[in-house]
Design a protein around this ligand. Structure first.
Ligand code: BES
Ligand code: MN
Ligand code: ZN
Length: 478
């Protein structure tokens, strides 16, 4: 998509679709001239249509040649806060893609650098579709031209494109069926992102086995698609100000193993690599944003299936850290994969580790489909992540990590069990992971709810959301 900033008037701009975002206060002033061009009718029509400028609201009209643009959509952005800007720009992208138009003009008034970035990210998010498996006549191409009208910040627009591109990649990776995205092909996508500033190293199953990563090997042994361990490193040109590791759960399909999931719960389990998609998407954005921070992207990629070779209940896995884990449920596999990755990240001399995973249904029960659950014992790290999420307009909520809940993980034969009891499943999962952190500050984000939408929400179509790419990129730069 080609994006330009223009100083044209909203009456003269030529586009298939002109989207104008207003607040209740700016509505009549912004639309006065167009209303006049329409013979004084637009403002009355909007009033009849009960459009008041509320965030997320919209009204769409044909222009009958009265202005240069072919169609007009008026978008409410409430008081133009983060969510208002996001919803308006997101609806603009969504409407443009639904209509299959090739040129869009977007007028949102004055946007500073932060707001410009946010608007572009949301426009990307609204534009996104996963329609490559649809018949050709059912697909609509994204607009090739976006013209931004008004006082918009060019640097912010560029940054928004970098983040939007990474988020689109994360969504594609989640949406692709497990037949297309499996450990090896996921690693190939990571390899394709290598550049002057980004190296990508992939270990095959022999190397993972030789290293002693018993968590990754144990979960992955039931599949013909062998595990991969992925280590991406972004290095800035100068001396890095900080070193950060992002770790992602890359279970490309989670059948549950012998603790088999019921069919309904298994249906969307291609989404179980959304943590790794967030990491790989964020690494792409980070490469393009070029911050002065060193960032490691680490992914354990496996499939959790049933076969004559799959791991079993009662198995005892020897992890990369040397700890042994009793398997009480083969469906609690993500923590085993992540544990090895976290041990690896602990050896890297980084300041902090942030892991992302579709780890537990319990996180969805606790916070629903629209909040990421954050866990950390480090207050600086958690506030930094929370602040980044507020800036990005993504929802993150912190839950506690009480040490005494670890009693639920007490093992009979090994160091630790891989599941606790019925209560606080997302907390005991996080506590399990904490046992494998050795040195750096650490935070865990359970994205099981927001990573994948069963139905449309605002300007997000169903499927993968690319959640946390906007938050992670801001976090890295903060
Ligand atoms: N991948 C699932 C968690 C999940 C659930 C992700 C719903 C996205 C949506 C994870 O591997 C899992 O199966 N967790 C179990 C853990 C339990 C066995 C302790 C769960 O949440 O039921
Ligand atoms: Mn599972
Ligand atoms: Zn899983």
């Amino acid at each position: 998509m080609n994006i330009t900033i223009a100083n044209s008037s909203i009456l003269d701009v030529e586009a298939d679709l002109l989207a104008i975002a207003v607040t209740p206060d700016t509505l009549s002033e912004t639309l006065g001239a167009i209303s006049e061009a329409f013979g004084g009718t637009l403002l009355d029509t909007l009033e009849n249509d009960e459009f008041t400028g509320k965030a997320g609201s919209s009204a769409s009209y044909a222009t009958f040649g009265k202005i240069a643009a072919k169609r007009l959509i008026v978008l409410g952005m409430g008081d133009a806060d983060t969510s208002g800007i996001q919803q308006a720009a997101g609806q603009a992208g969504h409407a443009a893609r639904s209509r299959g138009v090739s040129s869009v003009a977007l007028a949102m008034g004055t946007l500073d650098s932060t707001q410009s970035q946010l608007a572009i990210e949301a426009f990307y998010a609204g534009t996104y579709r996963f329609d490559k498996y649809k018949a050709e006549d059912k697909r609509k191409a994204p607009a090739s031209q976006l013209t931004l009208i008004g006082d918009v910040n060019a640097e912010g627009v560029k940054r928004g494109q970098a983040v939007g591109g990474g988020q689109d990649l994360a969504r594609d990776l989640v949406n692709e069926p497990a037949a297309a995205i499996y450990p090896e092909s996921l690693a190939d996508v990571a390899l394709s992102l290598a550049s002057d500033t980004m190296t990508v190293d992939v270990w095959d199953e022999n190397k993972i086995l030789a290293a002693g990563m018993g968590g990754i090997m144990g979960v992955g042994q039931g599949s013909d698609r062998k595990p991969r361990f992925i280590h991406m490193i972004y290095k800035p040109a100068g001396t890095p100000r900080k070193k950060i590791a992002l770790v992602g759960k890359g279970v490309t399909f989670d059948a549950g193993g012998y603790s088999l999931k019921p069919s309904g719960s298994m249906l969307t389990m291609r989404c179980d690599m959304a943590g790794s998609a967030a990491v790989i998407g964020a690494m792409k954005s980070i490469r393009d944003l070029a911050p002065d921070v060193e960032v490691h992207g680490i992914v354990g990629a496996v499939e959790n299936l049933v076969s004559g070779n799959a791991y079993k209940l009662g198995d005892i896995l020897t992890m990369y850290s040397g700890k042994t884990v009793e398997i009480h449920n083969t469906d609690a596999e993500g923590r085993l994969v992540l544990a090895d990755c976290i041990t690896y990240a602990s050896k890297l001399d980084v300041d902090c580790i942030v892991d992302l995973a579709t780890l537990t249904g319990a996180a969805v029960v606790a916070l629903g489909d629209h909040y990421v659950a954050l866990f950390s014992k480090d207050d600086d790290l958690s506030s930094s992540l929370l602040n980044s999420s507020v800036d990005a307009g993504e929802n993150v909520w912190q839950l506690p990590l009480p040490d005494h809940y670890k009693d639920q993980l007490k093992a009979e034969w090994g160091t630790i069990k891989n599941v606790g009891g019925r209560s606080a499943g997302c907390i005991t999962a996080a506590l399990f992971l904490s046992e494998f952190v050795d040195g750096p500050k650490w935070a865990h984000m359970d994205i099981a709810g927001p990573a994948f939408l069963d139905k449309k929400f605002r300007h997000f179509v169903p499927g993968g959301t690319g959640v946390m790419v906007p938050t992670l990129t801001r976090f890295v730069e903060s």
